[in-house]
Design a protein around this ligand. Sequence first.
Ligand SMILES: NC(=O)c1ccc[n+]([C@@H]2O[C@H](COP(=O)([O-])OP(=O)(O)OC[C@H]3O[C@@H](n4cnc5c(N)ncnc54)[C@H](O)[C@@H]3O)[C@@H](O)[C@H]2O)c1
Length: 258
Amino acid sequence: MASLRLDGRTVVITGAGQGQGTAEARLLVEAGARVIATDLAADLPEELAALPSSASHSLVYRQLDVGDESGWSTLAAWIRSEGWQVDGLVNNAGITQRSRLLEVSLADLQRVYETNVAGSLLGIQALAPLMRSGASIVNVGSVAGLTAHYPVAYTTSKWALRGLSRVAAMELGPRGIRVNTVHPGFIETPMTASAKPAFRQATLGETPLGRTGSVEEVSGVVLFLLSPLSSFVTGAEIPVDGGQSAHGGAKAVSDALR
Ligand SMILES: NC(=O)c1ccc[n+]([C@@H]2O[C@H](COP(=O)([O-])OP(=O)(O)OC[C@H]3O[C@@H](n4cnc5c(N)ncnc54)[C@H](O)[C@@H]3O)[C@@H](O)[C@H]2O)c1
């Protein structure tokens, strides 16, 4: 019977040094996977080092800047030299940039795209050759990629990532490789800790569940998409946002008429 277990599977996670990436690493190890956790830092990030020691035997850390093509080649060559295949890739690394429409610069746009879009494309290009039928790729989008969220570089990058995900699902489907996207809403991480209080308050007002989300609530959906339980799901997009993207602006009307 299909299950959420990932025993014997190797999963690469980008941006695993904090926030959602660390939570994903933890849950996937608990599910039995060998996790290759990657991030910008040369040494094992503190949050990963703080995971229970039971996790340490099945978690390895490698430095990787997702925008660096040669870094991906080095990672792929190392995985091959270990004799492993890749069963899962979580393109989690992402940066935000909060300039608005009339202020954003080309340099802002390029910097965000390099990580949020090119980083995921390079990951798929480098690791798909190491994947066999049954492998699963999860791209981490955002509620910004489902709406007209004001930080324009970030928003357009996440819309672009949706396009990349759908092309990848189409192109890799015949090889039995699935590609899906999760769209987190406001999740408590170091990224959102830097947001203005007004941003938090306004988002809560737009969120039917009336609260922010936790990193564990994103990880659970990522695990489902990596596991055999989702074996016929590809090209799909799952918001993990407390309902924020579902009402299309109608919540304020509903609230006003209560
Ligand atoms: N937190 C939220 O509310 C939220 C909402 C929607 C989408 N997301 C998305 O979820 C993902 C994770 O976000 P988070 O909140 O955990 O962010 P975070 O800022 O807490 O962590 C991101 C991690 O990515 C790493 N990173 C950044 N640039 C990198 C690069 N070029 N190469 C490799 N690693 C890099 C950082 O070092 C960091 O460890 C991102 O793609 C983000 O856009 C987050």
